[in-house]
Design a protein around this ligand. Structure first.
Ligand SMILES: Cc1cc2nc3c(=O)[nH]c(=O)nc-3n(C[C@H](O)[C@H](O)[C@H](O)COP(=O)(O)OP(=O)(O)OC[C@H]3O[C@@H](n4cnc5c(N)ncnc54)[C@H](O)[C@@H]3O)c2cc1C
Length: 346
């Protein structure tokens, strides 16, 4: 009989992130599919009662918690100690957790400590009476998808945020069983002094955005008048991102330009690159502008739903079955007009 543990940490404000509800959805589905299984919740954080209450209507029978000032921050030593203690107290055989950066750092070590196995970047979990529990994950830059099963327990499964629907279970009052953790002084040597992050409107990568807006090298190339228009491109792109709250992706050619000393968009970094040697983001829609749509770039669009592109070249890569709609047009003109319409709508 499996004991499924949904393992989560709270955010700095004491709430649970959406990725926790996604992992809980997976854990609850598994519990439903595995006859005789038990679903329990484990929480780590400075104060966990409110977050436990926020999901108290889920089908879990027990809540285990490690709370206190030492567990409010993301720190390997204390996170691993807390997760290990909860796994042991719950006698978990399947541990389902969101693949947050905090858990992705700590849980592989915990799996080692408790003699288990871990799979990260899981995008699907299934279960059948014959094959047992199986997980899906992608390999080779998202080109091959594999389904794996494991006999080893406990099995830690880290669910990629954004790959699942969030569970809708409501609030209530959860009775938490406190799990004691002995921390040596060495565990507390590292202290998080703060988070350095760009200002909210300078943050261009937004995993939860409805739209991925991709910019290509064309934005910095000579246009019909024989001149480049980089400051205008910056203004249009920035204006659109602010109005549409889209996430900014880029082709490799554009992000590489800074290294070559060319005129570049100041807010662009390698983190924005989409493709074979970049990211593979997940968004319901994508709009590509001034980007040719070559295979090493479009392979990063695997998880983008509806795809549109704006390119001057009717023969560009997007025209070859890679976009649902290709607008053969000047992206400066189209996006300038779109920004005008969005501003008028406000
Ligand atoms: C091993 C390997 C890995 C790679 N990995 C990646 C990767 O991860 N991601 C990636 O992106 N690339 C990757 N590449 C590079 C990729 O093959 C392309 O070179 C790159 O994507 C081209 O970028 P681009 O389309 O922005 O530039 P270009 O090919 O220069 O295309 C610019 C486009 O802009 C259009 N344009 C210009 N002005 C306008 C305008 N006013 N309005 C509309 N359209 C306009 C042009 O018609 C043109 O199609 C990789 C290549 C290799 C060999």
């Amino acid at each position: 009989m499996e004991t499924i543990l949904l393992l989560a940490h709270t955010e700095t404000d004491g709430s649970l992130a959406k990725s926790v509800r996604e992992a809980l959805h997976v854990a609850a589905d598994l519990h439903k599919a595995l006859a005789g299984s038990k679903l329990v919740v484990g929480l780590v954080g400075e104060d966990i009662q409110a977050s436990a209450n926020s999901i108290a209507a889920c089908p879990a029978t027990n809540y285990f918690g490690v709370a206190g000032k030492d567990f409010g921050q993301s720190r390997y030593a204390t996170d691993a100690a807390a997760a290990e203690a909860i796994c042991k107290a719950a006698q978990a055989t399947l541990v389902v957790a969101p693949a947050t950066s905090r858990w992705a750092r700590a849980l592989p070590g915990v799996a080692q400590r408790v003699g288990g196995r871990v799979d990260t970047h899981v995008t699907e979990v299934s279960s059948t009476p014959t094959a047992g529990v199986g997980v899906n994950r992608w390999y080779y830059r998202q080109r091959m998808e594999a389904t794996l099963t494991r006999a080893q327990r406990p099995w830690f499964v880290l669910i990629d945020p954004g790959s699942q629907a969030a569970c809708q279970c409501g609030a209530g009052t959860a009775k938490i069983e406190t799990v004691a953790v002995q921390l040596s002084d060495a565990c507390k040597r590292t202290t998080m002094t703060g988070i350095r992050a760009p200002a909210a409107d300078a943050q261009t990568i937004r995993p939860d955005a409805q739209l991925l807006f991709v910019t290509g090298a064309g934005w910095t190339k000579k246009q019909a008048d024989g001149q480049t228009h980089v400051p205008e491109a910056e203004k249009i792109i920035r204006g659109f991102l602010q109005a549409a709250r889209a996430s900014l992706g880029s082709s490799k050619s554009l992000v590489d330009q800074s290294g070559e000393g060319q005129a570049v968009l100041s807010f662009m970094s390698h983190l924005n690159q989409v493709g074979q040697t970049g990211a593979t983001p997940r968004h319901p829609k994508g709009l590509s502008t001034c980007c040719h749509g070559e295979e090493p770039h479009t392979v990063g669009w695997r998880f983008i739903g509806e795809r549109r592109a704006i390119n001057l070249d009717p023969n560009c890569g997007w025209a070859r079955g890679k976009a649902d709609v290709l607008y053969v047009a000047d992206a400066f003109a189209v996006m300038g007009k779109v920004n005008e319409l969005l501003a008028a709508k406000k």
